[in-house]
Structure formats: structure tokens, C-alpha cells
Design a protein around this ligand. Structure first.
Ligand SMILES: [Zn+2]
Length: 220
């Protein structure tokens, strides 16, 4: 299973920032003026200021070689996972400045990873790793017969993001977009857990709350 990121837009913020970096490198300066930029770049500085407001804001976004010492890779990537789950799909750089979605600002990501896209590429590796299975025996008491499962009933956050990456935040039955994030999204066992279905990427799918209720099996 391979995951692909959605890349869109004519010129992204990341590309603008990369371009500023490229001009800095070319001129050997850690801080450049609008004049420097216009003389050495394919992009016009007005594109930059339209996007970021002030020229200095753009330079701050580039971070000028300042490394962020406050967050580990694990913390940064885990925070993307949380934002992805809250939104139900791939968060944009701007989403990271929304405090309801993210604890860590986009500027920190850009300083750490260079571009938002590179942060997402690192995230793909992070999220595709297997969960470390801490329990050897998973047993849940069931009313009738005892079914042995290899997995836990509730999918881990990591697995939920993998399902969202594959299905998007659209219901696999009716196709509706679950815009309310996790409030509307249900991770349904295709073969029900009660009938021995496992909690795996292959056996999980995204459902809206409506279809999930309509199905009416005992899945959460
Ligand atoms: Zn539905």
C-alpha cells in the first residue's frame, strides 16, 4: 500500500519560500531585500508580498537558518497526525496556524523541515510504520462465543489516518463528505468485529454517521 499526497495550486507558499531560499543561496546572504529578490528570481516580489503581507514576514517564514530546538520529530509528526484526524483529511500549511487543529504553528514546521510538503513527506513515513503491539494476547469478553482476535477492536490513531489517506473523508457507502471531522466519521469494520473481522487497513472503511447507523450492526 502506497500513499500519495495531494499537491495543488499554481504556486504554493512552499514554492515561494523555496525560491527565496534559492536566491539567498545564490547571493550568499541570509537576509535579502526586495530589490535583491526581483533581480534574481523568476517570481515577482509582489507575488510574495501579496501572499505573506510584508516582505519581512516572508523572510521570517524562511527562518534564515534558525533551527527549532523545542520540538522533536516525533512531536511534530504526532501533531500532524492529530490535525489530520481532527480535519478528517490532509491539513494544509494554513491549517497548522488554526489553534483548534494544531498546537504547533506552521512556521515551526517550515523551520524544521524546510517546506510544508517535506514535512508531509516525513509524515508519510511516520504514519506508515507499524504500530508496536504492546499486548501479546487480545481478548475481549463477548456475550456468546469467544472469538479470538489478532488485533484490538479500536483502531489506533495511526491506523485511522491510514484509512483517511486511502478513503479521504468521504463515506464509502453514500459518498458524502464528512465535514465535521471525527464528529461525523466512523471507522467501520467491513467484516464486523463480532464476526471475527480484524482491525486492519483492509477491513476498515470510512462511513458517515448516517450510514453507520443505518447499517445497524454493533460496530462503533
Ligand atoms: Zn454515508
Amino acid at each position: 500500500m502506497e500513499f500519495e499526497l495531494i499537491k495543488k495550486g499554481p504556486i504554493s507558499d512552499e514554492e515561494i519560500i523555496d525560491e527565496i531560499k534559492a536566491v539567498m543561496k545564490k547571493l550568499g546572504k541570509s537576509s535579502i531585500t526586495i530589490k535583491d529578490f526581483d533581480a534574481n528570481s523568476k517570481i515577482n516580489s509582489s507575488t510574495v508580498t501579496r501572499r505573506f503581507g510584508k516582505w519581512n514576514t516572508a523572510l521570517n517564514m524562511v527562518g534564515a537558518g534558525i533551527n527549532n530546538m523545542f520540538y522533536s520529530d516525533e512531536e511534530l509528526l504526532s501533531n500532524i497526525k492529530d490535525a489530520w484526524l481532527k480535519k478528517g483529511k490532509q491539513p494544509s500549511r494554513r491549517d497548522m496556524d488554526n489553534k483548534e487543529l494544531s498546537k504547533i504553528s506552521s512556521g515551526t514546521y517550515l523551520r524544521h523541515f524546510g517546506t510544508w510538503y517535506k514535512a508531509l513527506e516525513c509524515f508519510i513515513n511516520y504514519i506508515s510504520e507499524k504500530d508496536v503491539d504492546t499486548s501479546t494476547e487480545v481478548q475481549e469478553p463477548t456475550s456468546s462465543s469467544v472469538i479470538k482476535h489478532k488485533t484490538k477492536r479500536d483502531p489506533s490513531d495511526r491506523l485511522k489516518v491510514q484509512v483517511l489517506m486511502r478513503d479521504g473523508n468521504r463515506c464509502r457507502i453514500c459518498g458524502v463528505e464528512c465535514s465535521g471531522g471525527l464528529h461525523n466519521i466512523h471507522f467501520d469494520h467491513i467484516k464486523p468485529w463480532s464476526k471475527g473481522g480484524e482491525t486492519t487497513l483492509e477491513n476498515l472503511r470510512v462511513l458517515c454517521s448516517h450510514c453507520n447507523e443505518a447499517l445497524g450492526n454493533s460496530e462503533e
